[in-house]
Design a binder for this molecule. Sequence first.
Ligand code: NAP
Ligand code: L37
Length: 293
Amino acid sequence: MTAAIIDGKAIAAMLRAKVASEVARLKSDHGVTPGLAVVLVGTDPASEVYVRSKSKAVIEAGMAPCDHKLPATTSEQEVLALVARLNADPAVSGILVQLPLPPQIDAQKVIAAIDPLKDVDGFHPINVGRLSSGLPALTPCTPAGCVILAKSVRGSLAGLDAVVIGRSNIVGKPVAQLLLAENATVTIAHSKTRDLPGLCRRADILVAAIGKSEFVRGDWIKPGATVIDVGINRVAGEGGKARIVGDVAFDEAKAVAGAITPVPGGVGPMTIACLMLNTVRAACALKGVKAEI
Ligand code: NAP
Ligand code: L37
């Protein structure tokens, strides 16, 4: 069997086009322009790339960007003061503080300071709690993207066995919650899990969010499974040029899986599209307009 390649780039482009038309409707019918504030502290090169793509997507969707680049020496107080200003700014519908933050800044404290209605990353404890309680919530972007991609292949996920490798607050835990909400039977694996290959072989849906290049091998995959590779790992390619690979050994997995996301071009673009979706939804909620997306 050779797996279908799940085209995250194309699915993300379709979602972004839908967001752009919802933005146009909000502007013309309600005089509302959603705005996204992106806060980047320091000069982490990967974060700089992602933040740039996010701001570009904001503009393409017809929304208002509001970028804040702060030096690596910024104090926690300064970041908290900026968040307070953005919370109070009616032009700002969504606030995203790109992680990781420099060591002098407590990320949990900054996340907790964001207005939960503007928390387009879905990392605030209120949104985490709402998601796990089955209440409407702003949901984390990468996990939401993973579920859209899995559903693009399987339709309903009800009753499927899902294994998530990784238990971070950003990816592993929220993706497990979203899969559970889709009625999958979910197992979360991590570095202390016994017999990870054996566990993975039972998965109809396998989500890899580990951060280790090509860690998941082809013979860990159940024939026909849907494999969602969240990993972004920079490795030296031919001629010393850097390239990015996922957490799954793609060529091996492709020979066994039913469908698999590539890296790049899989989950990454969906992260950005889901961020646009959250921003327009947050703008609707803040302005009391019913979202049509
Ligand atoms: P993280 O916070 O470092 O978490 C990694 C998880 O993997 C941890 O739960 C860890 O287990 C687990 N793990 C590590 N080694 C393992 C092993 N040998 N066996 C089983 N589990 C193991 O990483 P993250 O923030 O979740 O990100 C994961 C990957 O996704 C990274 O490559 C990141 O760059 C990528 N990412 C991509 C996007 C996107 O949009 N595509 C967005 C965010 C992140 P313990 O908890 O036991 O340590
Ligand atoms: N908000 N986002 C927020 N907070 C965080 O703490 N880590 C993190 C976060 N992550 C994030 O933005 N990740 C991300 C990862 C990949 C892409 C976008 C966002 C992406 O666009 N990936 C492309 C290209 C990758 C590349 O060339 O580097 C892809 O095709 O995968």
